[in-house]
Design a protein around this ligand. Structure first.
Ligand SMILES: [Zn+2]
Length: 624
């Protein structure tokens, strides 16, 4: 608390919650399995199969790629390595850290030498350093390595002068909030006033996202080069006004976050909780794409928004995107991914679709369309796992998202807390938390009550709790004893969200449910290990749901990889009919018909599965 008290005397507003240092939360159960699967697939082996993060990377002293790809990769590899406590991965991640720390020059700058083009040194781009600085903050938290804070201090002193002559431009101008996160992180540890000066300079050079989100001008599908409508920039920028709010204290910055998300969803929202963007923001049609980089960056934005603003709404969005859109774009074995996913995705191949990205953007592969997602996708699960719980300013803890884990931290001035969360949420409604304490202690536990949950139930040691939900959290204050047990039930009613053309998507709890199609995977490019695939349907997709048909929930065991249709841990069984008038348009499912015309005959039993299970699917249905 001492650090935070000092901060509040200065120019940086406290965040509502504090991130727990990387390593405090150990993922378990299905979430740990996701991390293991990722380790055994692309994250653990990418360096041996993709030159851009291989031994010749500029970020390892080689002559290869020296821009964003190395830092992107380590930004996911490093937290994965330490969450799994996997020595091989830790050594792999630490190679990048050691090279980076050793690369610092006298003036404080670091990183690969700038390339020369026609004997002229390329102009400074600041963006790639933002990523590596985020990596270093995580590395310092988990290892307490004493070199990191002086290293970052020297760099920011250098930057404080250099950025006045060479201001942020392009990507860096759009993504300055990610730099501010690291500046704030360091300021909380050193109270160095130069950091506040730098933060103000950066804020002044950034795109004014607050102004954009307060009066959102991009209401239609966009088609021209502009950093302000680039889907990954926007996914990152949603947190920018809140980050800047810590510097200015202006309520309008905080409000801009809410206005921005509301308008993004109104004009570009998709069933899985993201807004579309197959390069540029691209409207609400369920066949528009969403880039995987935007998915993982939006998750990171939500993790920061809940930390800074303390509103459970951002945990709701984090879960919806993380539990649906993230797994859907990656193969179950984590050996290929898509650049762009569609909600109504009936075929993944390199045919021209109504978007700017190249036709192969929705193939599953090593680097479909462009390699940014290949490098950046690794941060999704590890950062979600590291953000499941946060600290409160009055010595307690807050649940941001629910997944099986064990949390170790100190509460109420130096009492050791170990909290074991046993659950198969989001596939089940029950969550059990066991409290182990070094001594009895009074502190609050804030439980996020999702906005979709109408009848939450919480018991402490079998006693029902009266819940008062404020900002999405129910606060339980008591003298906690070793051995206390919290049991939660979050009933997941089935809800139909109406979309354009009176189509609907089906939601239950944080999961979106879709009709999975039979999938035939055809290898279109063979490599040593990570191949490229097209996926073709082996069953009909043109189904409408029958209005007012029941949804029967069925469950089967949560398997090692629950995100595949064959092992879907939960299904909703309902009825539908094939339509005669739902057609393909531009190699995708066309508009859900406004007047759906079914073939005559009985309705068919349909088994809907969680969105992330199905790589081919219908997620937005016409209704009969
Ligand atoms: Zn990308």
């Amino acid at each position: 608390m001492a650090v935070q008290d000092q901060v509040s005397n200065n120019a940086l507003l406290n965040s509502a919650f504090q991130a727990l240092r990387l390593g405090s939360i150990k993922p378990m159960g299905w979430l740990r399995n996701q991390l293991e699967i990722q380790k055994n697939g692309l994250t653990g082996h990418l360096d041996a199969h993709w030159e851009d993060v291989g031994p010749n990377s500029g970020w390892l002293g080689g002559s290869g790629e020296g821009w964003e790809r190395g830092p992107y990769y380590v930004d996911g590899l490093l937290p994965l390595a330490y969450l799994l406590e996997d020595q091989t991965l830790i050594e792999k991640a630490n190679k990048w850290i050691e090279w980076t720390l050793a690369s610092q020059k006298e003036d404080g700058s670091f990183g690969p030498a700038l390339k020369t083009v026609n004997h002229e040194v390329a102009q400074q781009d600041w963006w790639q350093y933002f990523i590596m600085l985020k990596v270093l903050t995580q590395y310092q938290e988990v290892t307490q390595d004493e070199r990191v804070i002086p290293f970052m201090t020297r760099y920011f002193h250098y930057m404080n002068n250099a950025v006045k002559d060479l201001p942020l431009k392009e990507w860096a101008q759009a993504r300055g909030a990610d730099l501010l996160l690291s500046i704030h992180w360091l300021y909380e540890r050193t109270q160095d006033s130069v950091l506040l000066e730098l933060a103000e300079t950066i804020q002044g050079q950034m795109i004014d996202w607050g102004a954009i989100f307060r009066k959102f001008p991009y209401q239609r599908k966009q088609n021209e080069w502009d950093h302000r409508i680039h889907v990954v920039n926007v996914a990152m920028a949603v947190k920018a006004p809140a980050v800047i709010y810590r510097q200015t204290g202006r309520d309008e910055e905080r409000e801009a976050v809410y206005q921005g998300i509301t308008d993004l969803m109104r004009y570009h929202g998709q069933a899985h909780g993201m807004f579309s963007g197959d390069e540029w923001l691209s409207g609400t049609h369920p066949s528009q794409g969403v880039e995987l980089c935007a998915v993982v960056e939006y998750m990171f934005s939500m993790e920061n928004l809940v930390r800074i603003l303390g509103d459970g709404l951002f945990g709701d969005i984090l879960e919806k995107v993380g539990f649906n859109a993230l797994p859907a774009a990656i193969s179950p074995e984590w050996d290929s991914h898509q650049y762009d996913q569609q909600v109504n995705q009936v075929m993944c191949n390199a045919a021209k679709r109504p978007w700017v990205n190249s036709p192969d953007a929705n193939r599953f592969g090593l680097e479909p369309n462009f390699g940014c997602c290949t490098a950046n996708m690794h941060q999704g699960w590890p950062k979600l796992a590291a953000s499941l719980w946060m600290g409160t300013h009055d010595g307690g803890i807050a649940a941001v998202s629910y997944a099986p884990c064990q949390l170790q931290t100190s509460v109420a001035d130096d009492t050791d807390l170990s909290l074991t969360v046993q659950t198969e949420y989001p596939f089940r409604e029950q969550i059990r938390m066991d409290v182990a304490l070094s001594k009895a202690a009074a502190f609050p536990i804030l439980l996020r009550i999702p906005g979709w949950c109408k009848r939450p139930e919480v018991r402490v040691n079998k006693q029902w709790q009266q819940l008062q939900v404020v900002n999405g959290f129910a606060r339980i204050d008591r003298l906690w004893q070793d051995g206390d047990c919290i049991e939660m039930i979050l009933p997941m009613d089935v809800e139909l969200d109406e979309r354009n053309n009176h189509a609907v998507n089906v939601q239950s709890g944080p999961l979106v449910y879709v009709l999975p199609l039979g999938e035939q995977w055809i290898r279109v490019r063979e490599r040593e290990r990570f191949h490229d695939w097209e996926v073709y349907p082996t069953s009909a997709w043109q189904y409408a749901l029958v209005r007012d048909a029941a949804f029967e929930r069925t469950e089967q065991a949560v398997s090692h990889q629950p995100y595949q249709t064959a092992s879907a841990p939960v299904k909703l069984v309902t009825e539908g009919k094939i339509l005669a008038n739902w057609l393909m348009e531009q190699h995708s499912a066309g508009d859900p018909p406004l007047n759906p015309r079914p073939y005559p005959g009985e309705a068919t039993r349909l088994e809907l599965v969680p969105y992330g299970c199905a790589r081919l699917r219908i997620g937005e249905f016409p209704v009969l």
